[in-house]
Design a binder for this molecule. Structure first.
Ligand code: UDP
Length: 459
């Protein structure tokens, strides 16, 4: 895997460290569990980093020297991608040749294609976010380099396979010119053993607790939650805990913390919000368990791991009806969806939740069940099936077309690994998201058990 700015070893919650890091880390571990060797290549952003770290047997993280060995914002990294690609090409041709390259984010795609194409290696691409979508929502505030959208267009057409993380992204990829036969939905996965209903819970008092978790960037829409909270109090004795951002020592000087704190003061709710700073995953899970409702109201969201993590903890969830949330959350069945940037709609949904503990319990229980469809192990199986397809196509192997099965004790004809007991050959793997009962299609909202719409709209 190539993940230029998002190291699986990074501390999460900062401006550029979130879902991609988490996805790469958990997918890599789950693929190792399935018998693969995984090496993750990420940019060396600290002089103290060793070239390669062995995380566990079969899982290595290699730090690629490309650009200065200091932390840089991801939007500053494009100039270093040619060097990144040359380094990968040398490694793959002289040290170790992978069976398949999986690039995460557009810049990794550029470096991977430059290195892999001359060697005849297949490339799978997950964009995680698309420049066209970001520009649409952020306009002049978008700091992406000018070459991003043309590069994404080229990658969408030229890589062997694009893994879209949600249904919504498929249409965006089609608009970029991705051939439909080369796009497959494979979402991000959630660790449902770490994010589970039972376990330690963060301390709390009697106030009705709302929780948001994530990188502290404007588009995550925490301001919408603050505006809603201001409407809810004093009728509801509520509070908001905000997990994410810099470490606690950096909170006071963080521009987004300052902006949100000033807004809370203007809204008269300064004493009802609390920033924890970024926290490690077990503490994030503990905060979920302590929340009455978890809220995520981004302007847009390529996938959205936090909603799934909240759901895996069995929490009632309210989120924006955008991007990946349209797949993971069935409105009224395992959470509530509201339009983005709409505090009034959020107030209505939260009032419903606050007034009805039975509704919260029902949504929370359904959310846990729903999250299991996105368990990392299932996502890894689906990813492996995708890899197999491109590896077989690249090698011209006719095994897939003929439908023959690998010898259960032998080497799988696609990827070079032992097939382990209990495995299902790739062409019979039922992806968790594309059939069975339409899970993940995102177009079955009408089938959801409705919550009383009238109340939500008029509250
Ligand atoms: N996260 C974390 N600690 C924090 C804040 C966030 O571990 O203090 C994790 C969070 O649990 C999730 C990821 O960062 O796994 C954020 O992913 P998401 O897809 O929600 O948003 P993205 O960062 O991709 O925009």
């Amino acid at each position: 895997m190539v993940s230029e700015h998002a190291s699986p070893l990074a501390v999460l919650g900062g401006v550029d460290a979130g879902g991609q890091n988490m996805h790469v880390a958990s997918l890599a571990r789950a693929l190792v569990t399935r018998g693969h060797d995984v090496q993750v290549f990420t940019r060396r952003d600290d002089r103290g980093l060793p070239e390669t770290v062995t995380v566990q047997p079969g899982l290595r993280v290699t730090h690629v020297p490309a650009g200065p060995a200091v932390a840089l914002g991801k939007d500053e990294l494009a100039p270093y991608m040619p060097a990144f690609g040359r380094w990968l090409g040398r490694w793959w041709s002289t040290v170790e040749r992978p069976d398949v390259v999986h690039a995460h984010f557009w810049m990794s795609g550029l470096a991977s294609m430059a290195a892999a194409r001359p060697l005849g290696l297949p490339v799978v691409q997950t964009f995680h976010a698309l420049g066209t979508v970001k520009l649409r929502h952020q306009g002049s505030a978008d700091t992406s380099p000018a070459e991003r959208i043309p590069a994404e267009r080229r990658l969408a057409r030229e890589v062997d396979l694009v893994l879209a993380t949600c249904t919504d992204e498929v249409a965006e990829l089609a608009a970029l010119g991705a051939p439909s036969g080369r796009v497959r939905i494979v979402p991000c996965g959630v660790d449902t053993t770490l994010f589970r209903t039972r376990g330690p819970a963060a301390p709390r008092g009697d106030r009705f607790r709302l929780l948001t978790v994530g990188r502290l960037v404007e588009r995550k829409g925490v301001a919408t939650v603050l505006r809603a909270l201001a409407e809810l109090v004093p009728a509801l004795d509520a509070e908001l805990v905000i997990v994410g951002g810099p470490g606690s020592a950096g909170l006071a000087t963080d521009p987004e913390v300052q902006r949100l704190t000033a807004l809370a003061a203007r809204l008269g709710i300064a004493d009802r919000i609390r920033f924890t700073g970024r926290l490690p995953a077990p503490q994030v899970a503990a905060h979920h368990r302590a929340a009455d409702v978890v809220v995520a109201t981004p302007w847009y969201e390529p996938f959205g791991l936090v909603p799934l993590e909240a759901m895996a903890c069995g929490r009632p969830f309210v989120g924006s009806a955008v991007g990946g949330l349209l797949d993971t959350v069935r409105d009224g069945e395992n959470g509530l969806l509201v339009p983005p940037r709409d505090p009034a709609a959020l107030v209505a949904a939260l009032r419903l939740m606050a007034a009805d503990p039975a509704l919260r319990a029902r949504l929370g229980a359904a959310a846990r069940r729903r999250s299991l469809r996105y368990d990392t192990a299932r996502v890894a199986a689906d990813t492996e099936a995708a890899y197999d397809g491109v590896v077989l196509r690249a090698s011209g192997d006719a095994v897939r077309a003929s439908g023959s099965r690998p010898d259960p004790g032998g080497v799988h004809p696609g990827l070079g690994r032992r097939v382990v007991a209990g495995d299902v050959p790739f062409d019979t793997v039922q992806g968790p998201f594309d059939a069975v009962d339409g899970a993940g299609s995102g177009h079955d909202l009408d089938a959801a058990v409705p919550v009383p719409r009238g109340q939500r709209e008029t509250a």
